[in-house]
Structures are given as structure tokens and as C-alpha cells.
Ligand binder design. Structure first.
Ligand code: NDP
Length: 300
């Protein structure tokens, strides 16, 4: 068997197109321009690239974009004051503080200060609570992207056995919650799980969110299963030239693609969905803040 490749790059492109349509309708029908503020503290090069991409895509879909760059030496009080100001700003519907932040700043305190109404990363305890009990609100971006790709690939997910490898607050736990909401039977695995290959072999859906290059092998995959590889692992690639690197997922792609029914590549699978889902969440929060029903095609 050779798996169908789940093309997250082109799905994300289509999603951004739909988001642009929703933005246009919110402007013309309700006089609302969804606004996203991104805050970055310090000069981490990876974060700089990521924040620039977010700001560019926000503008491309027609949203209002604000970017705040604070110096590496910024105090916690300064960041908290900026978040409070954005909480109160009616032009802003989503606030994202790029992590990690420098050590003098308590990331937990910053996150807890973001208004849950504007928490487009779905990091605050209130947003996580809504996700768990199924109330409307933003949904963690990467998990929402995985869910959209799964629905597009499989349609109805009810009754399927999903094995989620990894239990982080960022990826594993929210994905498991979303799959439960879809009526999957969900097994969560982690570093203390025994007989992991045998558990993965039972899965109709495998979600790999571990952070270990190619840990999940082809012979762990049930024939025909759908494999969503969230892992992004940068490894040295001297064959490409001195100092060059390449990205690998958590799944041994070439092996797994021989057995799976469908699989996301790395790069080009889940990765491109994350920013698109951040924009989707900004439409959701802008809708809810204004008493509108969020578009059903943008949320869980
Ligand atoms: P974390 O390090 O926070 O969590 C990793 C999880 O994997 C933990 O629950 C850990 O278990 C589990 N784990 C570690 N080793 C093993 C093992 N040998 N067997 C089984 N489980 C194991 O990572 P994240 O969830 O933040 O990220 C996971 C991956 O996804 C990373 O590669 C990251 O770069 C990528 N990522 C990609 C995104 C995207 O946009 N595509 C977005 C976010 C992350 P335990 O809890 O027991 O320690």
C-alpha cells in the first residue's frame, strides 16, 4: 500500500481563502474588522521568523494586525501592562504572546492575564475548560489543524480508535479532547506507556506529538490507518552541505507511507495549519465578542 499524502500546505491555503471571505463578510455585514495583536519579547531568531509570518498572513486575509516588539530586557510588569492594554482595546480580538519569553518574565502569569475572550492560542485555564466541556471558543491551533485535516481525509470520525502519542498541554491533551468530541475512542500514550508499538498498532488514527525524530516506525502502523505527524525535529544534514539541517517528523515517513492509508508529510503537513488556525480563532473570538455565531467551518 502507498498512503495518500495529506497536503497540509494546500489545505491551509484554501482555509486562508475561506478566512479572507469571512473577514470580508464581517466587515461589510457587521462593520467589524477582526484584529490580532502579536507580542514578542527579545530577539530569538526562530520566534522572529514565526511572528513575521503570523503578521504577514494576518494582513493577507484582510485583518487588522498589530505587532509589539519588546526588548530582551523588558520587565514582567511592562509585558503585563501591554497585555492589559490590549485586553481593553476594542480593535483587538486576539492576543498572542510569542513563547518562550526571557527568564525574568513568568510566562504563566502573562498567559493568565490574557483575557479568555481574546485567547486565540487557547492557553488560559478558562479557554482550556471551555474546550473540555465543549463550549464555543478558540481551540488550540495545532490540534484544530489536525482535526480539520482528519475530517477532510476521513469525514465522520465516530467510533474510530485514535492513539495520541504525547500528552503536552500544547498538543497531545487538546487533540485527545477534540477527538473525544468527535466520538473517537481515544488512547493517550506518553513516555511511561508500556508496549507502545502494540498500542499504536491498534489505531485507526495515529497522532504523533512526541518530539523524537522517526520514533514511530512503519511496522507500528495498522494497514490503512491515518497518520498525523505533528513532530518537527531539526537534524543535521551534512549531505546537504556544511552546517545544513533538515526537518524530520516523529514518524518514520518512508516506512509508514508503505502501510498507512493516509499520512501527513513533514514539512508540509500539520505545520502550515497552525498559523491558519490562529487566524481562524481570531474570527471565532471576534464573532463571540460581538455576539455573533462563529463560522462553523473554522472551529471544532
Ligand atoms: P512536549 O515535549 O511538550 O511533549 C512531548 C510528549 O511526548 C510528552 O507527553 C512525553 O511524555 C511524550 N514522549 C516523550 N518521549 C516519549 C517516548 N519515548 N514514548 C512516548 N511518548 C514520549 O512536546 P510538544 O507536545 O510541545 O511537541 C511535540 C512535537 O510537536 C515536537 O516535535 C514539536 O516541535 C512539534 N510541534 C509542532 C507544531 C506544529 O505546528 N506542527 C506545534 C507544536 C509542536 P511525558 O509526558 O511522559 O514526558
Amino acid at each position: 500500500m502507498t498512503a495518500r499524502i495529506i497536503d497540509g500546505k494546500s489545505f491551509a491555503e484554501g482555509l486562508r481563502g475561506r478566512i479572507a471571505g469571512h473577514v470580508e463578510r464581517m466587515k461589510t455585514e457587521h462593520g467589524i474588522t477582526p484584529g490580532l495583536a502579536v507580542v514578542i519579547v527579545g530577539h530569538d531568531p526562530g520566534s522572529q521568523v514565526y511572528v513575521a509570518q503570523k503578521a504577514r498572513q494576518t494582513v493577507e486575509v484582510g485583518m487588522h494586525s498589530e505587532k509589539y516588539e519588546l526588548p530582551e530586557t523588558a520587565s514582567e510588569a511592562e509585558v503585563l501592562a501591554l497585555v492589559e492594554k490590549l485586553n481593553a482595546d476594542p480593535a483587538i480580538h486576539g492576543i498572542l504572546v510569542q513563547l518562550p519569553v526571557p527568564p525574568q518574565i513568568d510566562a504563566k502569569k502573562i498567559i493568565e492575564t490574557i483575557s479568555p475572550d481574546k485567547d486565540v492560542d487557547c492557553f488560559t485555564p478558562a479557554s482550556v475548560g471551555k474546550l473540555v466541556i465543549g463550549l464555543p471558543g478558540p481551540v488550540s491551533c495545532t490540534p484544530l489543524g489536525c482535526l480539520m485535516l482528519l475530517r477532510d481525509t476521513l469525514g465522520d470520525l465516530a467510533g474510530l480508535h485514535a492513539v495520541v502519542v504525547g500528552r503536552s498541554n500544547l498538543v497531545g491533551k487538546p487533540i485527545a479532547q477534540l477527538l473525544l468530541r468527535e466520538n473517537c475512542t481515544v488512547t493517550m500514550a506518553h513516555s511511561r506507556t508500556k508496549d507502545l508499538p502494540d498500542i499504536v498498532r491498534q489505531a485507526d488514527i495515529v497522532i504523533a506529538a512526541v518530539g523524537r525524530p522517526e520514533m514511530i516506525r512503519g511496522d507500528w502502523i495498522k494497514p490503512g490507518a491515518t497518520v498525523i505527524d505533528v513532530g518537527i525535529n531539526r537534524i543535521d544534514a551534512p549531505e546537504r552541505g556544511e552546517g545544513k539541517t533538515r526537518l524530520l517528523g516523529d514518524v518514520a515517513y518512508a516506512e509508514a507511507a508503505e502501510v498507512a492509508g493516509a499520512i501527513t508529510p513533514v514539512p508540509g503537513g500539520v505545520g502550515p495549519m497552525t498559523i491558519a488556525c490562529l487566524l481562524a480563532n481570531t474570527i471565532t473570538t471576534a464573532s463571540l465578542i460581538n455576539g455573533l455565531v462563529p463560522p462553523s467551518d473554522l472551529t471544532a
